[in-house]
Ligand binder design. Structure first.
Ligand SMILES: Cc1cc2nc3c(=O)[nH]c(=O)nc-3n(C[C@H](O)[C@H](O)[C@H](O)COP(=O)(O)OP(=O)(O)OC[C@H]3O[C@@H](n4cnc5c(N)ncnc54)[C@H](O)[C@@H]3O)c2cc1C
Length: 322
């Protein structure tokens, strides 16, 4: 279908929050569309890793909902049991139920989503937008929404939409090292609020089984995210050494002395949280009205910012199409 002669109305690059918002909005308008994403699973940086019987939410830890379009999406997800309130960050905070990825999975149900499809180039061709896949195929559509993180969007759009590419170049991110440890569940304390620090190797730490909800994650999975300063200073380090250093720092911060974990890994998020969004007033639309950009980098550092930018991108494309 992706290479059929009939172009799609819309192709969305990215199954993160911005792409899912864009696709949901466009499909409610009856457009024929597909999402393509190079990752193995839906959700982008709202992600969950399962390994050796442990479950880690190793990307976004929670989300907050303050704007109408996102509040209504969250309300529907709560009603469906895919999201649950979590007071950890205030009254408008939620986490996925039981995992963070359950929220994007809920948003994506019913949409045509192709994971494992990497786009290496974008061209205009015969009045259409052509997305070239790493495997040699092409996806064509009348319009496209590109939601890759800014450095990747900048490269993909350099020739086909130089104005949007320049906007992407103006955004900046902080990296984040996330370490994951699997312990014997008997060693997990009954109650332990998340550790939160602005600097150092332990920026956020929590036992996954301490998330709320009736279907909570079980087992001795501990997720520790380094703060931006430490993550940047150690960005090119070996993941095994990073996990070791973070574990040592967490033992000090928590005051807990544990046996060696049965599972241990570290994930490098090169583009984790936006520190500097694109210049204010940036139009999400290319000069010809065929390509729109979306993503947290247009608006802020949160899941909600990404989602709202996806809605705005589709509105801009619809306005351009008349
Ligand atoms: C460690 C960490 C902790 C965070 N904590 C929080 C938090 O607690 N609360 C909060 O609100 N936010 C948090 N965030 C930020 C939040 O996760 C992001 O702002 C949001 O998820 C970004 O969504 P997005 O759709 O803009 O981008 P992404 O989720 O990055 O989605 C972009 C998608 O594009 C795909 N893609 C990129 N290039 C290509 C290509 N060439 N071909 C095909 N597909 C491609 C990627 O695979 C990805 O799935 C955190 C982020 C990280 C990493």
């Amino acid at each position: 279908m992706m290479d059929s002669d009939t172009p799609l109305d819309l192709v969305v690059l990215g199954s993160g929050m911005a792409g899912l918002a864009a696709a949901t909005q466009a499909s409610s308008g009856g457009l024929r569309l597909a999402i393509v994403d190079k990752g193995r699973r839906i959700g982008g940086r709202v992600s969950t890793r399962r390994a050796d019987g442990f479950t880690f939410n190793h990307g976004a830890q929670f989300l907050t909902a303050r704007q109408d379009g996102f509040i209504s999406a969250c309300d529907k997800a709560v009603a469906a049991g895919a999201l649950q309130p979590w007071q950890v960050a205030g009254r408008d905070a939620y986490c996925g139920a039981p995992t963070m990825r359950d929220f994007p999975s809920f948003l994506g149900s019913g949409l045509d989503i192709r994971q494992g499809v990497e786009i290496t180039g974008i061209e205009r061709h015969d009045g259409l937008v052509a997305l070239h896949r790493a495997d040699g195929g092409t996806v064509t559509a009348h319009q496209a929404v590109i939601t890759a993180p800014a450095p990747q969007a900048m490269r993909l759009l350099a020739d086909v939409a130089p104005g949007l590419s320049a906007a992407a170049a103006s955004a900046a991110y902080a990296p984040c090292w996330t370490a994951m440890f699997g312990f014997d569940s008997d060693m997990v304390p009954d109650i332990m609020p998340p550790i939160q620090n602005r600097t150092g190797p332990v920026g956020w730490a929590m036992w996954e089984c301490h998330r709320p909800g009736p279907a909570a994650i079980t087992g001795g999975a501990l997720t520790v995210q380094a703060a931006p300063d430490w993550s940047a200073d150690n960005l090119e380090e070996d993941p095994a050494l990073v996990a070791k250093a973070i574990l040592a720092a967490w033992q000090v911060a928590s005051g807990l002395s544990m046996d060696a974990p049965a599972y241990q890994a570290a994930h490098r998020w090169r583009y984790a949280r936006v520190t500097n969004p694109a210049d204010a007033g940036t139009s999400p639309l290319s000069a010809d009205g065929r390509i729109a950009v979306a993503g947290d980098w247009l608006a802020g550092a949160r899941v909600e910012d990404a989602y709202m930018s996806g809605l705005r991108a589709v509105t801009a494309l619809a306005d351009a199409a008349g």
